[in-house]
Design a protein around this ligand. Structure first.
Ligand code: COA
Length: 256
């Protein structure tokens, strides 16, 4: 992978093809770890797409080998140390259940933390066989986020959800499809064409009927929004715990 640029605009690329808006994580030298500025850019692009009649479908992609390695652990450590968190993550998490337009995502490789839970708020996700969905929250002394403590058991049942959220097991692309977390597994060289084909097909459908159908399927999101808030409170408290600080320091120091 080539050296990555250093600003949020370059770490989150936004492009438009017809009525499809694509948001791409682009911080390959950090495996697309997501900083606060990147959360803000991602939420901003999604909100812009929702507000723009010319956009009929969102697409979210990463890089070959890394969708994202999740929240930037240096940001977590900074919060654990200074208590300075910002609202960027929570702003995105609050927005996700409110998206009315369809969201298509494509995963190749690492899909860690929010790299897994983000797809709970997508409508169609493709992943390659070598993808690794993993939520190491408990191993980092944190708790499930993005509504995953409610959505994951509902999708795959308690035991598989426990393996993902509490045992922090890896789920391959096929495991994720078998568990109902994603729609389809596709070969690496077909990933982006499959994503774009689905997105363009959705963008060509009658937008109001599609949005109403999505809303009916999602139902009342109040309980989900309340769960996201409850998780966020516990997450923030755990971030400040000694056990979490030790986990972040261990990650930072692992190569030294
Ligand atoms: N936050 C900050 N930096 C991260 C990161 C993260 N979540 N994930 C990877 N990076 C950085 C590494 O520090 C490294 O930077 P460096 O080259 O400056 O040292 C670079 O990205 C490459 O990562 P590396 O660990 O060398 O690659 P790998 O292929 O050996 O391992 C992972 C990849 C994703 C398995 C490993 O980096 C990892 O476990 N990351 C943390 C994942 C995580 O816990 N995320 C939070 C979820 S809530």
């Amino acid at each position: 992978m080539s050296a990555a640029p250093d600003t949020a605009e370059q770490h989150i690329l936004v492009s438009r093809e017809g009525a499809v808006q694509t948001i791409r994580f682009n911080r390959p030298n950090k495996k697309n770890a997501i900083t606060r500025a990147m959360y803000a850019a991602l939420a901003g692009a999604l909100a812009d797409g929702e507000a723009d009649d010319a956009v009929r479908c969102h697409v979210i992609l990463g890089q070959p080998g890394a969708f994202t390695s999740g929240n930037d652990l240096a940001d977590f450590l900074a919060f654990a140390t200074t208590g300075e968190m910002g609202t960027e993550v929570l702003d995105l998490l609050r927005l996700l259940p409110k998206l009315e337009k369809p969201v298509v995502s494509g995963v190749d490789g690492l899909a860690i933390g929010i790299g897994t839970t983000l797809h709970l708020h997508c409508d169609v996700t493709f992943a390659t066989p070598r993808s690794v969905f993993k939520t190491p929250f408990v191993d980092l002394a944190l708790v499930a986020e993005a509504g995953s403590s409610m959505l994951v058991p509902a999708i795959m049942g308690h035991q598989r959800a426990f393996a993902l959220l509490a045992m922090c097991e890896d789920f391959s692309g096929q495991d994720a499809a078998d568990a109902g977390l994603i729609w389809k597994v596709v070969a690496e060289d077909k990933l982006e064409s499959a994503v774009m084909e689905a997105a363009k097909a959705l963008a060509a459908k009658p937008p109001k009927a599609l949005a109403l159908t999505k809303r009916l399927m999602k139902g009342d999101t109040k309980a989900l929004e309340a769960r996201i808030a409850e998780e966020a409170e516990l997450f923030a408290a755990q971030l400040k715990s000694d056990e979490a600080r030790q986990a972040f320091i261990a990650f930072m120091a692992r190569k030294k």
